[in-house]
Design a protein around this ligand. Sequence first.
Ligand code: IPM
Ligand code: MG
Length: 366
Amino acid sequence: MKAKLCVLPGDGVGPEVMDEGIKVLESVGKKFGYSFDLHHGLIGGVAIDAEGTALSADTLQMCQSMDAVLLAAVGGPKWDDPKARVHPEDGLLALRKGLGLFANLRPVKTFDMLVDASNLKPNVVKGVDLVVVRELTGGLYFGRPKRQWTTSRGRRAVDTMSYSEQEIERIARVGFEMARARRKKLTSVDKANVLQTSRLWREVVHEVAKGYPDIELDDMLVDATSMRLIQNPTYFDVIVTENTFGDILTDEASMLAGSMGMLPSASIAGVPKKGVKIFGMYEPIHGSAPRRAGLNMVNPIATIVSVGMMLRYSLALDKEADAIDRAVEAVLKDGYRTYDIMSDGKTKVGTKEMGDLIARKVLGKQ
Ligand code: IPM
Ligand code: MG
């Protein structure tokens, strides 16, 4: 098999972590006998500098013709001016919308050997294994009207939270299917005590639930969820929620794993089912960390496990994806740590060394 992949390293530490993701992908190819056809493109600040736009029509088209997209990170102080015509983040939003990536999967798993890396007490974070399914192409991010204007009494701005039942139904299905493949518990998060969109959300989720009698469903308000995530995070298996709530809750949930440098994500254009290939884009959840760029310092594990998610969801290569997850775990067990997850008695390594160690484990070497 030969898969066609679009590689978008982006800004800051993006290219460094992407190199390690590709290194591990290639070791998977070598071990299992696949080759990957890699097509590089520009996104974010580097695209603004080279092409005047955060994502050119050509790059978007190239992505559309591939089996999957790997992305590292976008943004940096150079392109931060809020008054600028284009921002690196626009590239990300254009990619999500342009590729129909309506479902964002953000798994948060706390490794036993990293419980001390979290700011929370080990007994709270031990055993956390949840996934947030975030709606990604609707809600406040894309609803119209969306603008700022000047009235006789000063400036005013509006964003619009809008959802159709079809948009809610398909993301609910992703939540139920994910729960079915895991511990069969789904928490639907909304603000139905205040918002109309949330009332529709709750209605539609309960309609979809009729097709999933094997899944235990509960509704939770978003404010209560943010509290429960800190108070008792092992309560959760799968969380499904709308775009903005998901954005906020996933940053919060990421801290349960100790470091953002550990966490992958998948943005997919369909409902995941075993053996079915879905087009998707895969990226670490951390940003471009411009101050750490070029220092061979940051943790590449988030990108490496994102590559694993790509194998699983877009190429239906479960065994190969498992090999990556196992290699990461084995290297951590051997005591290797990047700075963000470092603790006493462990061996500190840089970005490249961590990538080498994991690639070698995939190949079955020490
Ligand atoms: C994320 C990020 C993006 C978002 C930004 C960079 C536009 O925070 O992926 O969570 O808000 O979706
Ligand atoms: Mg975010």
